[in-house]
Design a protein around this ligand. Structure first.
Ligand code: 5RP
Length: 290
């Protein structure tokens, strides 16, 4: 029985004040459940609606990629500057301290390496996704690519089903087949199909006409950085992307292969969240590097 000594009668009912129903800051997520929204809020900063995800999952198909030879030395010092970490469970378990307190977008599919064609892609067990306390699952979708399209669409839909059951959002990762044109028409189709199949976030590539990709995708689109560019160009890519409607970046090589990765991720963060120009970002990069 609760102690009733000194019990204070409830009296402050806010009569006449409408019950609060604040708009949610992540595109397309207003009708999702609390757990999904909480996880999305860990990834997308409520103040800006944007994110800087640090992608270092490349080893899952490429092995010890340049800049990722030693995750403990190359990536752990950058973690504090990222809004979210995108990696595999193997790297998370072995190389990322569990007390960094960052949301994780867990690479949740597997099935091939760069040595062969992608032939049988599978999802990891949802129990492991939960065990790792992932804030999202990243799953590839390979639009327009022979047999891979059906396999990866099935994986994406299955991941969304499992995610809906446990309140874990899915990020659809648009993989580009060797034959596909890297243009807005293709990426708009691939992005939209990811969202239609239940993805709550889409990762795709920046290209001319990107504003049409972002506008026609009902969930936030983040861009991959792609191959290493000079730092100034990479910051211009970030600037153009967020100005054309991207909700941030999921960037790997242009951060961890930079001459000064910690300076670079801080400059990217400022371009994405603080509205500075690419030139200002580059100045910041040089100052921090110096
Ligand atoms: C690999 C990936 C990468 O995480 C993605 O391409 C982002 O990295 P980068 O900025 O180096 O392109 O999904 O499959």
């Amino acid at each position: 029985m609760a102690d009733m000594d000194g019990f204070r009668e409830a009296s402050d009912f806010g009569i006449g004040q409408a019950a609060g129903a604040a708009a949610f800051h992540v595109k397309g997520a207003s009708s999702l459940g609390w757990g999904m929204k909480d996880r999305l809020s860990r990834i997308f900063n409520p103040a800006t609606g944007r994110t800087v995800m640090l992608a270092f999952d490349h080893g899952f198909i490429m092995g010890p990629t340049s800049g990722l030879e030693r995750i403990d030395l190359n990536i752990v010092p950058l973690v504090r500057y990222a809004d979210c970490l995108m990696c595999t469970r193997g790297i998370l378990q072995t190389s990322i301290p569990a007390n960094v307190n960052k949301p994780v977008c867990l690479r949740s599919d597997a099935g091939s390496t760069v040595l062969t064609e992608l032939n049988r892609n599978v999802l990891i067990d949802i129990e492991d996704v939960i065990r790792f306390n992932a804030s999202a699952m990243a799953v590839m979708f390979s639009a327009g690519d022979g047999e891979r399209e059906a396999v990866t669409a099935a994986n994406l839909a299955r991941a969304a089903d499992l995610g809906n059951r446990f309140g874990i959002p899915v990020m659809g990762v648009t993989a580009v087949g060797k034959q596909m044109a890297r243009d807005a028409r293709y990426f708009a189709l691939a992005s939209r199909v990811c969202a239609e199949n239940g993805a709550s976030i889409v990762k795709t590539y920046y290209c001319d006409g990107f504003e049409k990709i972002a506008a026609s995708c009902p969930v936030p689109v983040v861009i991959a950085g792609g191959k290493k560019l000079p730092e100034k160009e990479a910051l211009e890519l970030c600037y153009r992307a967020v100005n054309d409607g991207a909700a941030g970046v999921d960037m790997g090589r242009n951060v961890f292969q930079s001459d000064a990765p910690a300076a670079m991720i801080q400059a990217v963060h400022a371009v994405v969240h603080d509205g500075i120009t690419a030139e200002q970002g580059y100045e910041m990069y040089q100052e921090l590097k110096g």
